[in-house]
Design a protein around this ligand. Structure first.
Ligand code: FAD
Length: 555
């Protein structure tokens, strides 16, 4: 934490230097002594400190200053730092003003100038006040503060990005938090563009992009080398496992992630079926461990950076990044997984991020305290979300198209849901429409058999309805099936023939795509199992094929 501040304010340069010198000598180890030569300058410092979340312990202010007196300054400054102690530097003639200030601004003390020797006239008073301040001082939250509106899609996006990158932050809702409104005012914002993101020791950004946030929090967004043995695109379980094995086995390895490491698994509130964790673990925990492991072995991880294309210039593969730059490699692993399908119903698009969320149960769950929420979907991800949300919400209603959950959800989850008193499953039901002005207020539910509809009040709707592979960026080069999944190994052979343009005297390896040296692993692969363990397994296996490929690639 930055040291709390003692702010000395005096318009006479010699006096200001002397007081700052004396303060530093006695308190410099525990406090940062700052100085200002006018009330106006001091107020600017006060605003800046508040935005950076640095506390002020004491104001030591000259009463006689042109334009703004000491008391006038204190009147404003204590609105920003009400806990700070207040001491006025006065001459004999100011005694009356100082006494009035005891009532007006809660003045703690007034000192006569000069205060020499400070051991007798300055330190005893100030030490007493500072000790007093310390006792009641609650250290401020030291991380990033996000000031926004619960129903703003941009605020949701920022919170989600920070949470998924495992960066702690404090959420401050302008609707219910007076301090949030104060911060907006101090920053000069009229609140029309939210969120305002305040970085400790750094700038305040309005509606920052993920890339801007990444730069502030020190995520790596540029490759360190122009060329790698192995470039992996997508840092879900498959990509992270490949990075661990690739880097630990001596390959120069670059892992590129478009949003946040962890992929779909990173959004899971509780993974109960992953080997070695009998009481389960959260997706965030798994991600944190995997990222640390891959980094420890020397894998480079870039976040958030999307790849937009790939081209061949044998023996090199060139991957294009969003900014148009390229990074080259001998081998490429596609582990870009799948993303949620969007729900097509009136109102959904408009209210996305404002009560309607795709797979964002963890980020928004706290806000659902004692509310009625809905989950759409019948897979494991929907089931996990329902169980997790039930810890906060008053009621969780699952809208399921089919007859029951049993066909699409793991048995252990079905059992939890069926016996959960807060969760209701509405089978043969779908969302016909969502309604609300600024945020979701109502879900219109359709009965699949009768076609009847009915409305229910809703605070939030979480959608988990199947997935689409994220492979458009390789469409020009790599073979895909009609749904966009990537076939590998035997899947790219046609009647015993190798893919067109293959050009090598061997068949594709098990996880190799229709292009030599380009591999696919995890959910993105045609007919993959869609489980964390299988994605991890495939990512690890892919590295074995990478070695085999590299052993024969011309230098
Ligand atoms: C909520 C939820 C709970 C789940 N729970 C379980 C469970 O309990 N047990 C279980 O076994 N499975 C579970 N699953 C399924 C499991 O998470 C997936 O099977 C697994 O994550 C697939 O891993 P992957 O690495 O193949 O892809 P993903 O996890 O989908 O990761 C792909 C990554 O690639 C990135 N990416 C995509 N395109 C690009 C691009 N162009 N450039 C850069 N990056 C890109 C994405 O941002 C993403 O991070 C769950 C899934 C969800 C959604």
């Amino acid at each position: 934490m930055e040291k709390p501040v003692i702010l000395a304010v005096d318009d006479e340069p010699a006096v200001l230097s002397a007081v700052a010198r004396d303060l530093r000598r006695e308190y410099g180890a525990r406090y940062r002594v700052m100085r200002a030569d006018s009330g106006q300058t001091a107020l600017e410092i006060v605003r800046e400190l508040k935005l950076r979340n640095v506390p002020v312990a004491l104001f030591l202010v000259d009463q006689r200053m042109p334009l703004m007196s000491g008391v006038e300054f204190l009147e404003e400054a204590i609105g920003v730092f009400p806990e700070a102690k207040r001491v006025l530097l006065t001459a004999y003639a100011d005694t009356e003003a100082a006494i009035r200030a005891i009532n007006d601004v809660g003045l703690n003390h007034y000192l006569m100038k000069p205060w020499d020797p400070p051991e007798d006239h300055l330190y005893p008073v100030l030490t007493d006040l500072l000790d007093d301040w310390q006792v009641s001082f609650a250290p401020p939250f030291e991380g990033i503060r996000v000031v926004g509106h619960q129903w703003s899609a941009q605020s949701h996006q920022v919170k989600n990005f920070l949470a998924r990158n495992l960066v702690p932050y404090q959420w401050m809702d302008v609707e219910i938090d007076g301090e949030a409104r104060d911060l907006l005012e101090l920053s000069g914002s009229d609140g029309s563009r939210l969120p305002l993101v305040l970085f400790p020791h750094g700038p305040s950004l309005v509606q920052p992009t993920n890339l801007e946030i990444a730069n502030e929090i020190g995520l790596k967004t540029r490759p360190g080398l122009p060329f790698y043995d192995l470039v992996i695109v997508g840092a879900g379980p498959a990509g992270l496992a490949a990075a661990v094995y690739g880097a630990s086995e001596g390959l120069s390895t670059l892992l590129i992630e478009g949003e946040a490491p962890g992929g779909q698994a990173g959004t899971s509130s509780r993974i109960e079926n992953y080997l070695g964790f009998p009481s389960g673990l959260s997706g965030g925990d798994l991600t944190r461990r995997a990222v640390a492991q891959a980094s420890r072995f020397g894998a480079e991880i870039l976040t958030p950076l999307q790849t937009t294309g790939v081209r061949l210039q044998d023996p090199y593969r060139f991957v294009t990044l969003t900014d148009g730059s390229e990074v080259s490699c001998h081998t490429l692993l596609i582990s870009t997984g799948v993303s949620y399908r969007t729900l097509d119903a009136p109102g959904i698009e408009r209210l996305a991020g404002a009560g309607v969320y795709y797979g964002a149960a963890i980020t928004e769950a706290l806000a659902c305290q004692d509310k009625d929420v809905f989950v759409v979907g019948a897979g494991n991800s929907a089931g996990q979300a329902a169980v997790y949300l039930s810890r906060f919400a008053r009621s969780v209603t699952m809208l399921v198209r089919g007859e029951s959950l049993a066909r699409s959800m793991s048995h252990y989850l079905v059992a939890q849901i069926e016996t959960h008193e807060k969760i209701t499953v509405l089978a043969r039901s779908s969302v016909a429409e969502v309604k609300g002005d600024a945020s979701l207020e109502e879900v219109v539910i359709a009965d699949a058999v009768t076609g009847d509809t009915r409305s229910a009040p809703a605070y939030a709707l979480f959608i988990f309805i199947g997935a689409r592979p994220r492979t458009d960026w390789v469409a020009d080069l790599v073979e895909r099936d009609s749904a966009g999944f990537i076939p590998t190994g035997p899947g790219v052979m046609r009647d015993g023939q190798r893919p067109r343009g293959w050009g090598l005297d061997r068949d594709p390896f098990l996880l190799e795509t229709s292009v030599p040296g380009i591999f696919a692993a995890g959910d993105v692969r045609q007919r993959s199992v869609k489980r964390i363990a299988s994605a991890v397994g495939e990512g690890s296996m892919a590295v074995q094929f990478v070695h085999q490929y590299l052993s024969r690639v011309p230098e």
